[in-house]
Structure formats: C-alpha cells, structure tokens
Design a protein around this ligand. Structure first.
Ligand code: SF4
Ligand SMILES: [Zn+2]
Ligand SMILES: [Zn+2]
Length: 317
C-alpha cells in the first residue's frame, strides 16, 4: 500500500478515512486534524493563555506536543494523585517531556499536601473516580486563577468522547448531552474554560503519533480505570467501527451539529450536589466557597467538604 499523499510505502493505515500514510505524512495528518478541530470549534482565541492537563499518557503528551508545534506557548499541569507506582511513573514521563522541550510543567503534589486521592476517597460521597475528579477540578481552576490561564486543554480523544456520547444517549442524559461539547465555557468567574483539541483523532492515531514522534508516555492506565463503564462503551463502539469504518466520527460530528436540541439545566438531576459543576437545584446560583473562595453551588464546595469530612473523622469526638 502506498501513502495516500506522497506515494511512498504507507506504514499507518486509517480505514476510517480510507487512507494510508508514510510516517511523515501521517504526522502531518495528525497536526492538521488538531489544527482543524481548533478552528472548527473555535477552541483557542486570540489572547488565550493555554494550560494543558498532563497525565503522562499518550493523549495529553501528544496534545502538548501538537500545541507547541502549532506555535501555542502552552504550559503543562501535572497533578500527582498519589496512586502508587502509577502516579510516580506517569509523573516522570511528564517531567521528562517538559525537560526535553524546555517548557514549563506546573506540578501539584497531592501526597505532599496530605491530599492523596486514596486518602481522601473514603470520605467522598461517591466513587473513587468521582473524588479524584473533584480534587482535579479544584486544582485545575486554582492553577488557572493563579497563573492567569484562560483555557485548559485536555487530551480527550474521539474514542473518549464518542464513548461518552453513546453512554449519555443510552441513558438519555439530556443535561449531559447539552454540555458534551469540544469547548465548555467557564460557567462562573474563577472557573476555567475547557477545550478538547484531539476530538478529531482517535486512540490508535494518538498512540501512533507519539510512537512516530519519539514521545515517551506511560502505556498503562490508572489502575482505577479498569472496569469503568466508559471503557465498555468504547469497546462497543470499537466493534461497530470495525464493521463500519467512519461511524465513530459521524456519530460524534452529527451529534455536535444537533447539540442545541438538548437543553442544559435541571435535566442534570441525578448529579450529586458534591459535584461542583452540577447545580443541586434547578434555580441554584453560583457563589463563593466560604472556605477556599472558589465558585461553588453550595456554601462550601465539594473539595472543601471532602477535606472537612476527613478532618471531622480524625477529631477525637
Ligand atoms: S481512573 Fe484514575 S485518574 Fe481517572 S478519575 Fe479514576 S482514579 Fe482518577
Ligand atoms: Zn507520505
Ligand atoms: Zn472550597
């Protein structure tokens, strides 16, 4: 098979776009897809200061690389979650990447603050991962406010987003559907806008891009990701995609053009009030957390309530 662009021998086959590429043309294809997503969904605007949420995996490091190549002077933010060996090694990958490229990586060391996810999770109202999400959200917004960043770029790829879409459709979560966009506006001052520039690229493409670009990333997933429902939706889509290449992107893109049909707001009723980004009541208003000052739906934000519950359990009475 020959490269669809330069006719050299193709090394990467992409059935979903009926193309095959040599390594150089494939990297160009990935760069163009990321740039296209940024343009199509107006992800980065003039004057934006971009922070990349870096986990040490292929998507976030690949994303950081792509932004830097496109001339976006983005800093990285790595949150050391304190999840055993996985956190130690993923942190090393992130630090090595930043050192090689001489770019700035901000590090939040949760174990050093006595806030490691495994230590706080028993005090969370829901799952381990939802506690992890609450803690990460808190530090993303805090880093943004302290560093003057206007936008947080995350490494969610097409498989992540199409899988999530399938899950939301199967349960007809209209409120979540309304909010499943490549760019999520900052809902209150003090919160950061979030963007997903890898939305036109899938998992395989990101892994191949990192491999061909010599990006050293952590291959293993967080041990808590195993068994997550989100992975099952991705597997189902993977089967459909194998039978009908191109379906994944069509499913996602066609939804984006119809997203306005779903109204945001009270439909997010099954969300816990501990989610700082979900209103507990339809008429809830943003206010400031009385402990940390971050925007919150309640008097005290989810992160501070989490810490409060642990402090309560440690006190003698
Ligand atoms: S899978 Fe790991 S990193 Fe992701 S939310 Fe769960 S605990 Fe956090
Ligand atoms: Zn080529
Ligand atoms: Zn707070």
């Amino acid at each position: 098979v020959k490269c669809s662009r330069c006719r050299a021998p193709a090394q990467v086959r992409l059935p979903r776009i009926k193309a095959g590429f040599c390594p150089d043309c494939f990297k160009l294809y990935v760069e163009r897809q990321a740039a296209k997503a940024v343009k199509q969904f107006e992800l980065i605007r003039p004057g934006d200061k971009v922070l990349v949420a870096v986990s040490g995996g292929k998507d976030s490091l690949g994303l950081w690389d792509l932004l830097l190549k496109a001339g976006v002077r983005a800093d990285g933010l790595y949150i050391h979650l304190g999840i055993g060996d996985y956190s130690v090694r993923s942190g090393e990958k992130a630090k090595n990447f930043a050192a090689q490229r001489q770019v700035t990586l901000h590090v939040v060391d949760l174990p050093a603050k006595d806030e490691a996810v495994p230590d706080l999770a028993p005090f969370g109202p829901r799952s381990f991962c939802s506690t992890c999400g609450t803690i990460k959200r808190h530090y993303f917004n805090r880093a943004a406010a302290e560093g003057g960043f206007t936008v947080l770029a995350t490494g969610h790829n097409l498989d992540d987003e199409a899988g999530r879409l399938l899950g939301n459709v199967l349960r007809w979560q209209e409120g979540y559907l309304a909010k499943q966009a490549p760019s999520l506006p900052a809902e209150a001052p003090g919160l950061i806008r979030r963007i997903k520039p890898l939305i036109r690229l899938d998992e395989y493409e990101m892994a191949a891009y990192c491999f061909l670009s010599g990006i050293d990333y952590i291959i293993e997933e967080c041990p808590h990701a195993k068994g997550a429902t989100s992975i099952k939706y991705k597997q189902v889509l993977h089967h459909i995609e194998a039978l009908m290449p191109g379906t994944k992107w069509n499913f996602y893109a066609e939804f984006q053009s119809r997203r306005a049909l779903f109204a945001p707001g009270p439909a997010i009723s099954s969300a816990s009030p501990d989610d700082t980004d979900a209103p507990p009541l339809p008429d809830a208003r943003w206010r400031q957390c009385s402990v940390c000052g971050q925007p919150s739906w309640l008097e005290i934000c989810g992160f501070c309530r989490l810490k409060g519950r642990r402090a309560g359990s440690e006190s003698p009475d």
